[in-house]
Design a protein around this ligand. Structure first.
Ligand code: 5GW
Ligand code: MN
Length: 320
């Protein structure tokens, strides 16, 4: 399969229908420039304070485990595009300025980035100067009094955005919370088929303490002894096709639950966690990729790249 504007990117996606379930075999061909000199890699020295690979052999991205210059020089000639979705409904438009300005400083610098802002107040989207190759599109959504609805509709809007606007135009997509800022590099090291971010609040805990949906009636159910990590609802991404599948599945499970009067413990985050338990992410981003400003930095976190701001819930939320 030839990706939209990828001249040299040869991504081979072999889909097979096997006993009713779809199997995806994906292979990225990584071409490096002959001329680049960089630090010799080692398989016997490196970080020992963190684990950099999952039991299903997906990388876990921590500072010090990758070479950003090498990765950029591999992806640059492929001319990839990254779509970003961000929702700013109601009072949350106030977070857009910092989100967009810091993205200009840290998010995929030097690459094609297309930010899609979903908002009920298009006139309040701030004018942020964007570098060449970067653009912003405002998408109108109805305002909603019930925050559960805002949450519920995110997956639906991501699904339809991919179907209607992104097919054959972008290669990767990241879906991010607006109440956050970038503080450090977030770039090509995060690219993969299906990408999840480990939640900063639970990664040292036993899985029995993860706030998964625990009622078997819910389609977001994760049982005792199950679950790999607790992932953030506030940041996920990957190849368009993969994120489309995720959004479609989470939306339909969310809606089927709602029909039966069930709302998962943490809404779409619960459904995302269920999805990632069954559909293992091909790359896992460490909590460097979504920290929380109120939380002191742990020693294994050398750099906070993206972090949720401290918010005054009474002030910003419609009806808590
Ligand atoms: C309002 C009340 C309760 C929960 C969410 C909202 C809300 C969320 C809203 O009124 N407007 C809105 O745009 N959102 C979007 O959903 C924002 O992009 C926000 O970052 C995302 C997730 O909601 P958060 O950030 O309040 O959830 P936490 O778990 O990060 O605190
Ligand atoms: Mn948030």
């Amino acid at each position: 399969m030839q990706l939209s504007n990828g001249k040299t990117l040869t991504l081979i996606l072999l889909s097979a229908l096997l006993l009713g379930s779809e199997v995806h075999i994906e292979s990225h061909h990584l071409v490096a420039p002959d001329s680049l000199q960089y630090k010799q890699p080692s398989i016997v020295s490196g970080r020992t304070d963190v684990v950099a690979v999952t039991p299903w052999l997906a990388p876990v991205v921590w500072e010090g485990t990758f070479n950003p210059v090498l990765l950029d020089s591999i992806y640059k000639p492929q001319n990839i595009s990254i779509a970003v979705t961000v929702f700013a409904v109601g009072k949350y438009v106030m977070f857009l300025k910092d989100f967009l300005e810091t993205a200009e400083q840290h998010f995929f610098i030097g690459f094609n980035v297309h930010v899609y802002v979903f908002t009920d107040q298009p006139t309040k989207v701030p004018q942020v100067k964007m570098a060449a190759g970067r653009q912003l599109t405002v998408c109108s959504v109805p305002s909603s009094k019930r925050w559960q609805e805002i949450s519920a509709r995110r997956m639906e809007l991501i699904q339809t955005l991919i179907e209607e606007k992104l097919q054959n135009r972008n290669d990767f997509i990241f879906c991010l919370d607006v109440d956050s800022k970038f503080h450090g590099r977030w770039g090509t090291e995060s690219l993969s088929g299906l990408v999840a971010v480990i939640h900063p609040g639970y990664y040292r805990d036993d899985r029995s303490r993860f706030p998964y949906e625990r009622r078997p009636e819910s389609r977001a159910y994760v049982g005792p002894g199950q679950g790999d990590f607790y992932y953030c609802g506030g940041a996920f991404g990957g190849l368009l096709q993969e994120v489309h599948q995720l959004a479609k599945t989470c939306r339909s499970n969310f809606e089927a639950d709602a029909k039966e009067g069930i709302e998962a413990a943490w809404q779409e985050e619960s459904h995302l966690n269920r999805y990632m338990w069954i559909n293992k992410p091909s790359k896992v981003l460490s909590p460097e990729y979504l920290w929380q400003d109120f939380k002191p930095r742990n020693p294994e976190v050398y750099i906070v790249r993206f972090s949720g701001v401290v918010k005054n819930y009474a002030e910003i939320r419609p009806n808590v």
